[in-house]
Design a protein around this ligand. Structure first.
Ligand SMILES: *Cc1c(COP(=O)(O)O)cnc(C)c1O
Length: 634
């Protein structure tokens, strides 16, 4: 809600907010500076004028408002903290949400440009430019040295981070694992909170008025009402769009019979970045035509889309779809609506029977349109990506199988396979269920799915559930962490981190023994055994209190790595040996069959860390298998 187009501003300043996503260069950087730095200043002005308490937690979504962390560092420096202590304070009170695994979705800037606008000589006087630039360094992610990466900065400025579905959490942990070099992807401190949608905005009033246990007939009649309303609405929009394309009213008589309020209606609406595959359904046009024109079980498609003005590829996909839909043979069964937006979307979700989504897995971080559809009793037909991967159940709709292995690597083959699977599902599963009517004309199998979708899927996809999760799992702990970090403790934490980082190269795990023997001799350890693990750890300049030592056990994978990790804490066992190494010991419980392994690792430990992987530091035995190092038990 910040608008720079006010009289007091110079022309260059007035144009900063002239469009939504200002490209990838300076314009976008200025927008993000305005939103981040200006946003904090706006909040401070508001709280001062109204006497509202200052917020304890800031939540940044991708890079958009990401610079707010730097502005807060500048504020704290003004209160006498140094950069590193201010950074700790900011981190404690910041949550970062990553929203996309598509690299093009992450804002990246030229480092020199960032250096010019931010830091000491720019908008953040007194804030060390080198330290600012280091926050956006993407080289640990395999990126380019000359680039400032807003997601990397977001993760470094926040003690807590998340993706937006369970699958996207896992994908993000792998994608950003380079920022926590001592840890496996599964331990990277990025959790997930699955998105939700706002029911009062998206639920049709009639659906909202349904009683707790509506009869099949009532559900089915309601679907018919909503479908019919969509059909009427689509005809109007279609006429308007044809008139815009220059058609005269007299030529548009055919639009009165476009779509049929009794035909199975599939909706598909999106912005059209390529990973969403707007045109996957056109892969085999004859096959699609046959589905649309099926003599007993026809389907009709309502497609809506919006290409970004600068996205020529997206525009081409839209044109391809429009060409197909213009064909007089099928134009009564497939409609393309341009300028997809919220107003159109609100009628679309309730009026469709099936909501189609076929992104390239796993690039859909969450996807929310299918959630809005489900809230209205529309069934989902989707690739198992984003939210559908975690909440799909056969009663809620259908999962489009994805190509894997060699086929997944070959784009053409992958799209062929996934499109064929889609046609197959519609023809053999979706349409037959919709048209399988009882003596009363109601498809009981279908209404059962609608009912289950409304009662059991609906509550999960709500924004209420999402907000509660953010509050309980992220905001409340962040507020507590921020409150605990008084200026003294912030200085203490920053100094401790600096000391640990400096001392870490000397930390080493020397010798792991399990039971009475060196590890290798335990080849025939038995289920139920409780062998003692002993290890000597060189701590260099650190004290035992600075670290946590643990035995990590897990299943041994085919490539000799450990999976399904379980950690057992080890305790100091006596004083250091002659070489200054500290002995540790603990007891394992061999309670799982099958081959498993054990290694020991040392991690920094401090009560003010939110996560044991926070510093990205861990020390393991030099070799993780073999004599005297990690242990392989079979
Ligand atoms: C919900 C919605 C979206 C996002 O849908 P996705 O499934 O996340 O692609 C985009 N545009 C409009 C108008 C919407 O209502």
């Amino acid at each position: 809600m910040l608008d720079s187009d006010v009289e007091e501003n110079a022309p260059g300043e007035r144009s900063v907010t002239d469009r939504l996503y200002g490209g990838a260069g300076e314009h976008r950087l200025l927008q993000e500076m305005l939103l981040g730095i200006g946003g904090v200043r706006a909040v401070r002005t508001y709280t001062r004028l109204t006497g509202t308490p200052d917020p304890e937690v800031f939540h940044t979504n991708e890079g958009h408002a990401g610079f707010l962390g730097l502005e807060r560092i500048r504020e704290l420096q003004g209160e006498g903290l140094d950069f590193d202590s201010a950074l700790e304070t900011v981190r404690a009170g910041t949550v970062f949400t990553t929203h996309t695994p598509v690299p093009a979705g992450i804002d990246r800037f030229d480092r020199a440009l960032v250096a010019r606008h931010l830091g000491e000589d720019g908008e953040l006087p007194g804030v060390d430019t080198g330290k600012v630039l280091a926050l956006g360094d993407e080289t640990p992610l395999g990126g380019e040295p000359g680039v400032f990466n807003m997601a990397a900065m977001g993760l470094r400025l926040a003690q807590r981070a998340n993706g937006v579905s369970t699958l996207h959490g896992a994908v993000s942990r792998a994608m950003f694992a380079g920022l926590w070099p001592g840890f496996d992807a599964e331990e990277v401190p990025i959790t997930s909170v699955t998105n939700g949608v706002h029911a009062p905005t998206w639920v049709a009033p009639e659906v909202g008025r349904l009683g707790p246990d509506p009869a099949d007939r009532e559900l089915w009649d309601l679907r018919r009402t909503l479908r019919e309303r969509l059909v009427t609405d689509v005809r109007e929009r279609l006429r308007a769009s044809w008139r815009q394309r220059g058609a005269a009213a007299a030529e548009l008589g055919w639009t009165d019979s476009v779509l049929d309020p009794d035909v199975l209606t599939i909706g598909f609406a999106r912005r059209v970045p390529s990973y969403k595959r707007l045109t996957l359904m056109l892969r085999d046009k004859d096959r699609l035509r046959a589905l649309l024109l099926h003599p007993e079980r026809p389907v009709q498609l309502v497609v809506a889309g919006k290409a970004h003005p600068a996205d020529d590829g997206g525009k081409r996909l839209v044109q391809e779809l429009v060409r197909f839909a213009d064909d007089p043979r099928v134009r009564h069964r497939i409609v393309f609506l341009p300028d997809y937006g919220m107003a159109m979307a609100r009628g679309l979700y309730p009026g469709c029977d099936v909501w189609l989504n076929n992104p390239l897995r796993p690039l859909e971080a969450c996807g929310t349109s299918g959630m809005k559809a489900a809230l209205n009793g529309c069934l989902n037909l989707s690739v198992l990506d984003g939210w559908w991967d975690e909440w799909y159940e056969p009663d809620f709709g259908w999962a489009i199988p994805t190509a894997d292995g060699a086929a997944a690597a070959d784009e053409e083959r992958r799209d062929d396979l996934e499109a064929a699977a889609l046609y197959e599902l519609i023809e053999r599963r979706v349409a037959p269920r919709f048209y399988d009517r009882g003596p009363d004309g109601v498809p009981a199998g279908w209404t059962a799915m609608v009912r289950r979708t409304l009662t059991d899927l609906g509550p999960k996809v709500l924004a209420d559930r999402m907000v509660r999760e953010y509050v309980e799992r992220l905001y409340v702990p962040a507020a507590a962490a921020h409150r605990a970090l008084t200026p003294e403790r912030a200085r203490e934490l920053a100094a401790w981190k600096a000391r640990v980082r400096e001392a870490w190269p000397k930390v080493a795990v020397d010798r792991v023994e399990v039971g009475d023997d060196l590890a290798d001799d335990l080849a025939d350890a038995e289920l139920g055994a409780t062998p003692v693990v002993r290890v000597r750890v060189a701590l260099g300049a650190l004290a035992p209190d600075d670290v946590e030592v643990q035995a990590v056990t897990g299943r041994v994978d085919a490539d000799d790595t450990l999976a399904d990790l379980r950690a057992v804490p080890l305790k100091p066992a006596g004083g250091p040996d002659l070489e200054g190494r500290q002995p540790y010991a603990g007891t394992l419980a061999l309670d799982r069959t099958g081959s498993f392994g054990c290694t020991v690792r040392v991690r920094p430990s401090h009560p003010l860390l939110a996560h044991p992987a926070e510093l990205g530091l861990a020390a393991l035995p030099e070799e993780t298998t073999g004599e005297g190092a990690g242990v392989l038990l079979r």
